[in-house]
Design a protein around this ligand. Structure first.
Ligand code: PGA
Length: 261
């Protein structure tokens, strides 16, 4: 089962994940990170950037793969996930931009962009640690409800709910693309360690369905139950609908110190 850790806030989650990422990079200088966009992982990226600076950690060989990208935004659009990953991850951490890939949402190459991305991940030896957020719909990456649990990177149609959620980053809802390219659920499950973050009560139902609900394509987050190494880090509001909360807290309180997340 997923390990569930309840933390006070996103900053505490960020500190915990940064610990794990620093340990990973020390162990494997060319670690392959799976990078989520959205508001949720920002505190984690900030915490990691701070650790990289404070400890003068060599991240020059660290590689990264973003989860997803909009289809059809003009190159360089500030809300393209290429731009977001550059701004929030590559620059603050001082990563080599050539080692950080984002799926291409260029309509001219979209028919083979998914297969190209899968080939690039495979050539890198797979993703060591995949950071995930979860949408209110239960999506992970942009795998909306109904996505095949075996899916690989491909084009998807965004739900209207996701377009409305993401309209806050655009001038208007009309500017939010209708399509995206996203790592599939099968792609995500191939990463060696999944770290799913969720904060706030708007995520409570999706978190409970992901961790404890039946495994179902209707709740893409529930696919994490198929993975042998998952850490779910939530604040109390996001964890409020979990039925086994007392057990998770007991397990965390008694976790052997050597084990890490
Ligand atoms: P958020 O998005 O981090 O902005 O809440 C998460 C998601 O939609 O996967």
């Amino acid at each position: 089962m997923a390990e569930v850790v309840v933390v006070p806030d996103a900053q505490a989650a960020g500190a915990l994940v940064a610990d794990t990422l620093v340990a990973l990079i020390r162990r494997k200088a060319d670690a392959v990170l799976g990078l989520a966009t959205g508001s949720t992982p920002l505190a984690t990226y900030r915490a990691l950037a701070e650790r990289v600076r404070a400890e003068q950690l060599d991240v020059s060989a660290v590689r990264g793969f973003a989860l997803d990208e909009y289809v059809g935004l003009p190159a360089g659009h500030p809300e393209s996930y290429r731009a977001v990953i550059t701004r929030e991850v590559v620059e603050p951490l001082g990563l080599n931009p050539r080692l950080v890939q984002v799926p291409s949402g260029d309509p001219a190459t979209i028919t083979h962009a998914g297969a190209d991305y899968e080939a690039a991940i495979a050539a890198a030896g797979g993703i060591d640690l995949q950071i995930l957020g979860i949408g209110r719909s239960g999506h992970i990456g942009f795998n909306e409800p109904g996505s095949s649990l075996a899916s690989r990177t491909r084009i998807k149609t965004l739900t209207e709910a996701t377009r409305i959620d993401n309209a806050r980053f655009f001038a208007s809802i009309e500017d939010v693309p209708t399509h995206c390219i996203t790592q599939g659920i099968g792609t995500i499950l191939a990463a060696r360690h999944l770290v799913l973050l969720a904060f706030g009560d708007s995520k409570a139902a999706a978190v409970a369905a992901a961790v404890e609900g039946p495994v179902s394509a209707s709740q893409p987050g529930s696919a994490i139950q198929l993975h042998p190494h998952v850490t779910v880090i939530v604040d109390a509001p996001a964890g409020s609908q979990l039925g086994q909360l007392a057990y998770y807290e007991h397990a965390w309180a008694h976790k052997p110190a050597w084990q890490g997340i």
